[in-house]
Design a protein around this ligand. Sequence first.
Ligand code: FE
Length: 253
Amino acid sequence: MPNTILYDDGTHRNVMLEDFDAGGFAVQANQHVIVHGKEGMILDPGGHKVYNRVLTATFGILGGAQLRHIFLSHQDPDIVAAVNGWLMTTDADAHLSQLWTRFVAHFGLDHLVEDRLKAIPDSGKLLNLGGVNLPVIPAHFLHSEGNFQLYDPVSKILYTGDLGASLGAPYLQVEDFDQHLRYMEGFHRRIMASNRVMVAWANMVSPLDIEMIVPQHGAYFKGKDMVDRFIRWCSGLQCGVDLIVPTFKLPVA
Ligand code: FE
């Protein structure tokens, strides 16, 4: 499928890359590029199996713009594994939770580029892209302990990383929320940390003006009704430590 333009006003563009599936056993992951004027950024660029294709596609989308930022929502391999390549081939800074910068170095971070891997404090920060400030907002324990989402105030897209992720849905955009639950419910019950943190997230993002919620795996949610529906579903979900205790039994032969 071709790249999907999520937003384009002539100056500002949000592009979801063609489905560069890592193939077979590897989990499907979305990559996103945002361009504002002469600067661009990539979100969660992925691992080695997609590195060459994502890099080529990103440069195609950037056109004459310069890659300024690499946003890494958390430390999972499907997000950060190829970060050394991205830092070696571009002049961009990569941004990752302060919890993970020294762990990600184990993927093989050349000392020439390690000062461009920037730690994000727990409270988040703003990333300037061509004069626009994009808030990096805390979403810890959803699912990673050091986890961030990115809000784009121009397109009004909230990029939620693993929150809202679905596996196996045969479409790009969620049309029927109830039918879509089958693709995301099990994942969220097991991966997200607890209802308490889901409620905290829902309360934090509810005042934001959001037109789309775009996760790192699977389909996106478009329109205020669908966005509200998703946020309400999150705040009502029992997950993680709410449910895991009964599995704490020693395995028997
Ligand atoms: Fe993850």
